[in-house]
Design a protein around this ligand. Sequence first.
Ligand SMILES: C[S@@+](CC[C@H](N)C(=O)[O-])C[C@H]1O[C@@H](n2cnc3c(N)ncnc32)[C@H](O)[C@@H]1O
Length: 271
Amino acid sequence: MSTSPEPDRPLIDLGIDRPHSARIWNYWLGGKDNYPADRDAGDMVEQLIPGIVDSARADRAFLGRCVRHLVADAGIRQFLDIGTGLPTADNTHEVAQRIVPECRIVYVDNDPLVLAHARALLVGTPEGATHYIDADLRDPHRILRDAGETLDLTRPVALMLLGILHHIVDDEDAYRVVRDLVEALPSGSYLAIAHATAEVHGEAMHEAMRRFMERGGTPIVARDRGRIAEFFDGLELLEPGVVSCSRWRPEPSPWGEPAEVSQFCGLARKP
Ligand SMILES: C[S@@+](CC[C@H](N)C(=O)[O-])C[C@H]1O[C@@H](n2cnc3c(N)ncnc32)[C@H](O)[C@@H]1O
């Protein structure tokens, strides 16, 4: 079998000389799909924010608790998960389809490496559907058009925006894409968000983000609890509101409340 590229097909630039959001996340989560630029930047951030690995894990644990709640308690059967990331343990479709195999999931990401892995690994149950769209969050109308081929957008959908909105640095753009997506979904749909914040580590978090971007990393911005809550305007925010991912309905523990992490989250229902 030849491994040389097809002559008229452009080589994909994975940008492995620069740290990238999906790959740093993969590094912090203990995965192998990352490069020296990602590991160096990941270590730099960890020096400034010693709890950053817990933050990535808490985000994933929130994903699990949130999807379980949506399927088991709220009756949701359709998910639009934008900012998929590199496949890891307990991806959205695995959590959902383990409870109800008929669940339908559409993943969206704009990273070519995520695209390559997703097609191979994000394979769901025969009863349900798992589809992947290579698109940018800043193009919500294209996402909705393509997602509509797999999801019935007249029925409730859970829109998952975990670890992605902080990459839409411009506030106006960030609130607009959320508004456009939520507006297109019917009553009874849900919006889940996990977002980086400086509420816990203050200036160290801003400094880590600055240094990350100086290395050519994916643009990123921290938003405070109030700004994150604004994404849910017009929706019914479920208890306990916008909190650290570690404190969103945590599993009972004899050691008291978990420590806060620098990723805050919330889940809301569209009335
Ligand atoms: C930190 S990972 C989060 C992965 C997963 N959602 C989670 O919470 O564990 C962020 C993902 O968002 C993707 N991403 C960033 N900006 C994006 C954009 N404008 N459009 C689509 N995907 C984007 C990145 O490629 C990356 O895979």
